[in-house]
Design a protein around this ligand. Structure first.
Ligand SMILES: CC(C)(COP(=O)(O)OP(=O)(O)OC[C@H]1O[C@@H](n2cnc3c(N)ncnc32)[C@H](O)[C@@H]1OP(=O)(O)O)[C@@H](O)C(=O)NCCC(=O)NCCS
Length: 184
């Protein structure tokens, strides 16, 4: 069983704080999500408008209460630098999928791996039994992030994803498990 906390979590490790999204973050999310890599490697809507940022942030708290998604903003030195989330949650099966992006200016500092480790530890702590992540085959930065965060490459789904240009491509699946297996 997942022991879902009433309030969205605030997680702190080293200089990074993961906290619930606030409406004031919308301009920053809009700005960060203009980045080509984020548009190429995640499923955010393209073009990414300010209205989409507002809507996404505006529904985050409701999605948490509905147990659909845990979406957190990563803040360093008072500035939002990343997004990390668990979506695709199947509570009965105790599983979810991790997603993340880091602002172009904050990359290469280990923040993605740290944020994935932090949200994974939180999720396993409340009862998740498997977290997965799916990357495009060429997204080496994401694959390295996952390995650094303790995920293992599990399988390749042949033609498991569609690119922005409409072509079909393989999907690389990673997974991570709690250190102690829960059996009840
Ligand atoms: C993937 C992403 C989140 C990584 O963020 P980050 O904070 O730079 O990641 P980290 O610093 O934790 O480490 C990533 C690792 O990838 C490596 N890396 C970064 N860019 C790379 C590239 N283009 N090719 C190969 N490796 C790369 C880094 O060197 C690091 O490995 P190392 O510690 O062995 O040196 C960031 O590049 C991003 O936002 N990309 C666009 C969105 C995205 O791809 N999201 C994931 C979808 S599955």
């Amino acid at each position: 069983m997942i022991s879902w906390p009433i309030s969205e979590p605030v997680l702190v490790d080293k200089a990074l704080m993961l906290r619930p999204w606030a409406m004031e973050d919308a301009p920053r999310v809009y700005e960060i999500c203009q980045d080509q890599a984020i548009q190429d490697f995640t499923t955010i809507p393209v073009p990414y408008t300010r209205a989409i940022a507002d809507l996404w942030i505006g529904t985050a708290a409701t999605s948490y209460q509905a147990r659909d998604k845990i979406a957190l903003a990563g803040v360093r030195n008072g500035e939002v630098v990343l997004s990390v989330s668990i979506h695709g949650i199947h509570e009965f099966d105790h599983v979810g999928e991790v997603g993340y992006w880091v602002s172009q200016t904050a990359r290469g500092e280990g923040l993605a791996a740290l944020s994935v480790q932090m949200i994974s530890a939180f999720a396993f702590g409340i009862g998740f039994r498997r977290l997965s992540a799916i990357t495009l085959p060429e997204n080496m930065a994401s694959q390295k992030t996952l390995i650094k965060a303790g995920f293992e490459m599990e399988t390749v789904l042949r033609d498991g994803m569609t690119r922005r240009d409409g072509t079909q491509t393989d999907a690389v699946v990673f997974a991570k498990f709690p250190e102690i297996k829960i059996t009840d």
